[in-house]
Design a protein around this ligand. Structure first.
Ligand code: GDP
Ligand code: MG
Length: 308
């Protein structure tokens, strides 16, 4: 029987639910999620092995989650948008995801333009239908989107609750060519474990802080020693100002402790070992504008340079 496969990029404005969808489809938390926009900073690959059903062939879908489409105002923002463009280049299919509870806005328009420019077929996903009490309200929304682009299909879904996934899987396979299995059957991502650990810590920072702090923060793993029973991790949380550092450390170190405890629990779940986690906070003024620092953060580049 035919095997369909290919690369599928998830595109949309910040907070539309891209990372939630990736995690739900793959069935594991590969991308961090938060109610704050611009949580995702890199493109994140999730590999879906799909068994055959009567109505569809078997296949492998390589999903690529991307940072939200926005107008960048820093080097970090520009790097994030470069990640989006790299995800679009050479993929077989796009999933343009919109939040149905919000009006079609400037960033949605921008995401749609990028999709149209790429010339790649697009499935439109109307996300967060769990928040629409009456499904007939969807009809005019679908009609409106139909006017905007010749989408292969328009699929209402809830990334949070898993509604609409069967139809989505079927539509993805139907719009992918026959092709090889690109990754081993049991592989679900290409992210190095230490990057996932850095992201878990960053998620706790994003959840625990507000205003500028989530955006002015990043996490660098300094030491990573994986043993059979115990993993030792030392990480630095970089921020941009003394005031942010004071918030991150908290009174008598309470905030850092809270971040560390929550992150540690999740790292234990990921690795299945005991975890010894040490966190440091450092002020690195204007790191978001430093090309050299941003390159250091990029694990794909670290692999190419052989530094790891
Ligand atoms: P991204 O920026 O596009 O990656 O969006 P996230 O996946 O980080 O989600 C942003 C916020 O929307 C989070 O608070 C999610 O829990 C929420 N969210 C995502 N999908 C759904 C959905 O289907 N229904 C509801 N009610 N909330 C959702
Ligand atoms: Mg995201």
């Amino acid at each position: 029987m035919a095997f369909h496969s290919g690369f599928v990029s998830i595109l949309g404005r910040p907070n539309a639910g891209k990372s939630t969808l990736l995690n739900a489809l793959v069935g594991q938390k590969l991308a961090i999620v938060s109610p704050k926009p611009q949580t995702t900073r890199n493109r994140i690959l999730g590999i879906l092995e799909i068994p055959p059903l009567k109505s569809r062939p078997a296949g492998q879908v390589i999903l690529i989650d991307t940072p939200g489409v926005h107008k960048p105002d820093s080097s970090l923002g520009r790097t994030m948008m470069a990640e989006v463009r790299q995800a679009l280049a050479g993929c077989h299919l796009l999933l343009l995801i919109v939040d149905v509870t919000q009006k079609f806005g400037r960033e949605d328009q921008f995401a749609l333009k990028m999709a149209q420019h790429s010339g790649t077929p697009v499935l439109l996903l109307l996300n967060k239908i769990d928040r629409i009490p009456r499904k007939d309200r969807l009809l005019p929304i679908i009609e409106d989107y139909r006017q905007r682009h010749d989408f292969r299909e328009i699929i209402p879904l809830s990334a949070l609750q898993g509604d609409g996934f069967d139809r989505l899987l079927e539509a993805m396979l139907a719009n992918l060519p026959e092709g090889p299995r690109y990754f081993p059957e049991d592989q679900i991502t290409d992210q190095p474990v230490r990057f996932m650990v850095a992201e878990i810590i960053r998620q706790q920072v994003v959840l625990a802080t507000s205003e500028e702090v989530p955006y002015a923060t990043t996490v660098v793993i300094e030491e990573f020693e994986e043993g059979k029973k115990l993993t030792r991790v030392a990480a630095t949380i970089h921020c941009e100002r003394e005031g942010q550092k004071r918030i991150l450390v908290g009174r008598q170190g309470q905030m850092l402790k809270k971040i560390g405890t929550a992150a540690r629990a999740e790292i234990v779940r990921l690795l299945g070992t005991r975890v010894y986690l040490e966190l440091f906070v450092k002020v690195s003024p204007a790191w978001r504008e430093s090309r050299a620092f941003l390159e250091e953060l990029d694990w794909r580049r670290q692999l190419v340079d052989g530094r790891h």
